[in-house]
Design a protein around this ligand. Structure first.
Ligand SMILES: Cc1cc2nc3c(=O)[nH]c(=O)nc-3n(C[C@H](O)[C@H](O)[C@H](O)COP(=O)(O)OP(=O)(O)OC[C@H]3O[C@@H](n4cnc5c(N)ncnc54)[C@H](O)[C@@H]3O)c2cc1C
Length: 400
């Protein structure tokens, strides 16, 4: 009998992994708590073009817009970053999840919706999952917790749950009838009074429909997003006659992955492992990359029937060998940005603007793998002018 694998969570990480495992004749079942895969949606759906194709290869219909660059706003300043090439897709996120689930099913994976897993036990070496409906499932030799942020924080389905302090609440509105929107550019607004610990964003779907959001390590997110769209000078007139279509809420993980992502008989994947970029909170591409690695290790584990902690540690060693340096540099940038008050944040961006750093970001920047850009910026003579602010930001963050 082939080994069975249970995946908790039918998001992109869980469904992509299921599809890879099923393609290799591994018995796999995905448990999703909601009645429909992909819903409710919580994501801004901005993903690098090249990496979306590489890891998920979705059909064209899920791509709702293509952006070529970014407008960074801070206080009264603006920096334009654009290479005039297709940089990122704005996607129909539920559509992506549903496509991945269908593909997994076609390859032979079972997808069980309406199955919220509320209990996890190991009996005679086999895992037993208990769902909120009272059903029990007890044929798995290995468990993958791909249950997103809930999976990260759950003591029931995450046996190695650790304290994770860097979760940033976010709220996003989908709005139409907005004026003066460039369909080709996302906008990021940094203001550490309005959005301490993160930023506000406007992601265009077309010239008049946007996903607008704020993330902040603070309370009253509704008030903050209202302030962003109604009071900030460059927005107030654009949103004056806008209409609200949908509201989404979620937690953005900005502290980098948890220390341990495997145990005897199980692994954590995607947001459940906090495999998310600390700079932007983007997790889709890292989830895709880590799902590929998890598939490789779990296929071997199933072949050799070795689900021991020491075997599964190869999963962590493998994703860390690719991502550790990346995430360290991203954390450095996140801590720096978090640590600066608005006056110093403005000085920081002004210095970047007045230097050749913008050109370096434009020519070498990669939305997902940012270490090369950060390292290259650090080598620029102009970086010397940033050192005092960098030290100030990092010190303030450390003292928080
Ligand atoms: C506001 C916001 C905006 C974002 N924008 C972007 C962006 O633009 N680009 C980007 O790359 N990333 C973005 N992210 C991050 C991205 O959404 C996540 O990194 C990504 O969804 C992780 O995928 P996942 O499969 O690990 O988890 P999820 O997508 O969260 O999927 C987990 C699944 O598990 C299910 N589940 C949870 N608990 C249980 C249980 N007990 N039993 C059964 N099922 C369960 C959930 O219902 C869910 O379907 C954003 C996040 C937020 C909050």
């Amino acid at each position: 009998m082939t080994a069975s694998i249970y995946i908790i969570g039918g998001g992109p990480a869980g469904c992509l992994l299921a599809s890879k495992l099923a393609s290799n004749n591994v018995n796999v079942t995905v448990f999703e708590e909601h009645p429909e895969i992909g819903l409710p949606d919580h994501c801004a759906g901005l993903v690098n073009c090249k990496n979306l194709q590489k890891f998920f290869n979705p059909p064209k219909k899920i791509i709702k817009n293509i952006v070529k660059g970014a407008v960074i706003r801070y206080n009264h300043g603006v920096i334009y970053l654009s290479r005039n090439i297709d940089e990122a897709y704005v996607i129909d996120r539920p559509g992506l999840d549903q496509y991945l689930a269908l593909k997994a099913q076609e390859k032979g994976a079972a997808i069980r919706v309406n199955q919220k897993i509320v209990g996890l036990k190991r009996v005679n070496g086999m895992f037993k999952l208990i769902s909120a409906t009272g059903e029990a499932f007890n044929e798995a030799s290995v468990i993958v917790n791909a249950a997103g942020v809930k999976g990260l924080f759950s003591k029931t389905i995450n046996p190695i749950a650790s304290k994770y302090l860097n979760a940033t609440p976010a709220i996003q509105y989908e709005m139409y009838n907005v004026k003066d929107i460039s369909k080709d550019h996302v906008e990021l607004y940094f203001n550490n009074d309005l959005t301490p610990g993160f930023f506000s964003w406007i992601i265009p779907l077309n010239e008049e429909t946007v996903r607008v959001g704020v993330g902040a390590r603070a309370s009253s997110l509704q008030d903050r997003i209202q302030y962003f769209i109604r009071k900030i000078d460059f927005n107030a007139y654009r949103f004056r006659n806008s209409k609200l279509q949908a509201v989404k809420k979620g937690l953005i993980l900005t502290g980098g992955p948890v220390n341990k992502t495997y145990w005897d008989g199980g692994i954590l994947l995607g947001d459940a492992a906090a495999q998310v970029k600390p700079t932007t909170g983007g997790g889709l591409i890292l989830a895709g990359l880590c799902a590929n690695i998890a598939a490789r290790i779990l296929i071997k584990a199933a072949e050799t029937r070795n689900f021991s902690s020491s075997f599964l540690s190869k999963y962590q060693a493998s994703w860390r060998s690719i991502l550790s340096a990346e995430l360290t540099y991203m954390k450095y940038v996140r801590y720096l940005l978090d640590g600066l008050d608005n006056t110093h944040l403005t000085m920081f961006f002004e210095k970047i603007k007045d230097s050749n750093i913008v050109e370096a970001i434009i020519s070498e920047g990669d939305m997902d793998f940012q270490a090369k850009t950060v390292k290259s910026v650090m080598k620029k003579p102009m970086f010397i002018r940033l050192i005092p602010l960098t030290l100030l930001g990092l010190t303030k963050h450390a003292l928080k």
